[in-house]
Design a protein around this ligand. Sequence first.
Ligand code: SAM
Length: 367
Amino acid sequence: MPLSNFAPEQYEQLLADKVEVVQNLLAAYQPPEASIFPSAPSAFRMRAEFRLWHQGDELHYVMFRPGEPKTPIVITQFPIACEAIQSLMPVLLKHLQSEPLLRHKIFQVEFLSTLSGDTLITLVYHRKLDEAWLEQATELASQLGIHIVGRSRKQKLVPRQDYVTEILPVAGREFYYRQYEQAFTQPNAQLNIQMLEWALDATAALSGDLLELYCGNGNFTLPLAQHFDQVIATELSKTSIRAARWNLERNGIENVQMIRLSAEEVSQAIAGTREFRRLADLPQALGSYDLRTVFVDPPRAGLDPATTAMVAQFEHILYISCNPQSLADNLATLCKTHEIERFALFDQFPYTHHMECGVLLRQKQLS
Ligand SMILES: C[S@@+](CC[C@H](N)C(=O)[O-])C[C@H]1O[C@@H](n2cnc3c(N)ncnc32)[C@H](O)[C@@H]1O
């Protein structure tokens, strides 16, 4: 997480500048006018991660600027974090400072919170954790009303549970999401709701079946499933697939198959160049699905060439991107066969140059 240049009084101008940069970058692909989704100017992050700095009897949260690993910046206020994290930070620090068992060789703390009020803290150590640590961490977790996980090299101790449960209201319905510590989740929950509602609106008129790549814990899968007959959702991370399967069941969604496949493997399966035992779990053969729409939400690097070529075969491509540059690179290929029908910019990461983009592409001969 980068150190942010928090300046709420400049928020609107900073967003306008960033919007202009992204619009210029993507102008060559002739998107329609962008829908802009601003963030709350403070208290928007549901995750925060700090190093801990031991200085005599004192302990501090610190961060480092890139390339300056020896110059810790002490963090006493972190106004971009949600209220729950902001109020826990000093309380936790006091406990860690005064309880030697919890403090000894701790070097990192990771906060994960939710709009539902569930919070988890991961404490990371340079030493092996034992029963005494477990006992004290369990007591602290119940005192603070949170979950705690302890980690050190090749060790993970879970006093009670290693996940939180988020509840998001999306277009009039509540969705329940299990979010495991250290697995991917969207950091700005309010903006995530806006992205989910935008994606729902963008796909409202589509039909047939949906193929999803990079589905994570099913963040988009759960609401989008209502617009399609069948959904095949795929993802690389075992932990995220575990969460996604639980989420499907908890939300009573029955038209989705979650398969652990990388994007590269999905391309091979669709092209028929390789067979996968994991696809035998599908209730029908892959080739018999009516896959007209593909949804992708890749990591920062965007789509690799094989995946780009594969998604270019679909009538509709819904693309959520956290990196306008890799989106632009992929659009250079995709806009040979498709045109952009919907375009949105979501300010998930205020005070940084990052911007989350959404585009819906439609095959040209269909227009
Ligand atoms: C930007 S996140 C999006 C996750 C989800 N759509 C969401 O909204 O929470 C990207 C996801 O891609 C997964 N991933 C990374 N590389 C992958 C690959 N090569 N194939 C499939 N999934 C991958 C990550 O585990 C992560 O869950």
